[in-house]
Design a protein around this ligand. Structure first.
Ligand code: NAI
Length: 373
């Protein structure tokens, strides 16, 4: 199965899943999505994209992102790209879900209204369980509760004090993946005095920074939100740097925890860290950036392998089988899974991202084929 990063124009989305598309970072790929649905309610001034990449392993699961996109094409591209990453993430995490993602074009007025969230919920309900949504950037538990008033296909809300916001599990998984990468690259079993640059102190980044602080790591941080930076400085002894400086900070580990696409052919030349391990989805602008990182001697812990803690929690909650001890143990397994991928990459001389993709593709290839109805 090819790894595509599809830039889908609205026209292309209307053409169906096999259109040739121009990609955001210069290349051209064939979309492998099963379905990309663009919904528009002009009365409510609401545009949403629901991308179903692959449902071979189960319903397409992946959160909803509410973001300021310059165009509808950009929103479609993001949904397409993120949903493909979810296919790989969910396959490797072994949670019995396929890959999907939705995005909502953030309204100019600011936050989404109850009516808009309800309409979005109705659009998901119409898919009758082919897609299951949850939190993502710009879509928190409160908004998701409004969505859930119109659809059954939501997880990450929490029931009877279990489940809910997946971010703590994501942060824990990223920590475990980072520990495996530090072990592999720096030959260290602990993070004491390991210097980590955390880019983005949101739901995951702040929790990750806190866990790292508890492990004795030193922190350098950046976030446009001054209050979050101040909190990290005060509570965690972090050193603040500018948004443009964080990637080139003189640290051991760079942890991207904001948005995707931060690792480009040009930006990675500024890296001084020898390990990259963070929460952001789609950190590599293109797959060959992973090769470049390897050539530079930087160990990249594949994003979707180490940030799967959240989907592990979401899947358990959706199935009504949330047991905190079991979920924690499954998130803990991210250490072993990451270590195995890093070792295989080391032995084969291939980049870690390609090894992870190969593994996900092998899992999908081994799954029973769906019989077309
Ligand atoms: P969030 O929206 O809570 O946090 C993002 C943070 O990044 C915000 O504090 C924002 O101010 C900051 N930011 C924005 N632009 C920045 C820049 N240029 N430099 C530095 N910081 C910047 O999002 P959340 O939930 O923490 O997710 C972070 C990343 O992790 C996203 O890419 C998300 O897709 C990914 N992720 C999140 C999961 C979760 O459980 N929340 C699960 C798996 C992946």
């Amino acid at each position: 199965m090819p790894r595509s990063h599809s830039m889908l124009s609205p026209e292309a989305a209307a053409d169906g899943p096999s259109s040739w598309l121009s990609a955001p970072y210069g290349a051209v790929y064939e979309s492998t999505h099963e379905d990309i649905i663009v919904r528009h309610d002009p009365t409510l001034d609401l545009v949403a994209v629901i991308a179903l990449h692959n449902t071979q392993l189960g319903p397409a699961a992946g959160g909803c992102r509410c973001w300021h996109y310059d165009s509808q094409a950009e929103a479609v591209t993001d949904a397409a790209r993120l949903s493909e990453g979810m296919t790989y993430k969910n396959a490797i995490a072994g949670i019995g879900f396929g890959g999907g993602k939705s995005v909502i074009m953030a309204p100019k007025s600011g936050s989404l209204t109850t009516e808009q969230l309800h309409r979005f919920g109705e659009w998901i309900e119409e898919l009758d369980g082919r897609y299951v949504t949850a939190e993502d950037v710009g879509m928190g538990v409160a908004s998701l509760r409004r969505v859930a008033e119109r659809t059954r296909f939501v997880s990450g809300l929490g029931h009877n004090g279990v489940g809910g916001d997946p971010s703590p599990y994501t942060a824990l998984g990223v920590l475990r993946g980072m520990q495996a990468a530090v072990r592999h690259r720096l030959d260290r079993d602990d993070l004491e005095n390991i210097h980590v640059a955390v880019q983005g102190l949101g739901n995951v980044g702040m929790r990750l920074a806190t866990l790292l602080h508890e492990q004795g790591a030193r922190l350098t941080v950046a976030d446009p939100d001054r209050a979050r930076v101040d909190l990290a400085v005060k509570a965690l002894g972090a050193t603040p740097v500018g948004l443009d400086e964080i990637i080139g900070a003189p640290v051991d580990v760079f942890a991207p925890c904001a948005l995707g696409g931060v690792l480009t052919q040009s930006s990675v030349r500024d890296l001084r860290a020898t390990v990259v391990a963070g929460a952001a989805n789609n950190q590599l602008a293109t797959q060959d950036v992973g090769d470049l990182l390897m050539a530079q001697g930087v160990l990249y812990a594949p994003d979707y392998v180490i940030n799967a803690g959240g989907v592990i929690s979401i899947a358990a909650e959706y199935r009504g089988k949330f047991d905190a001890t079991i979920v924690r143990a499954r998130v803990d397994n991210i250490y072993d899974r990451t270590a195995a991928i890093l070792k295989r990459a080391y032995l084969s001389g291939e980049s870690t991202n390609r090894i992870a993709d190969d593994l996900a593709a092998a899992i999908l290839n081994a799954a029973p084929r769906k019989i077309p109805s």
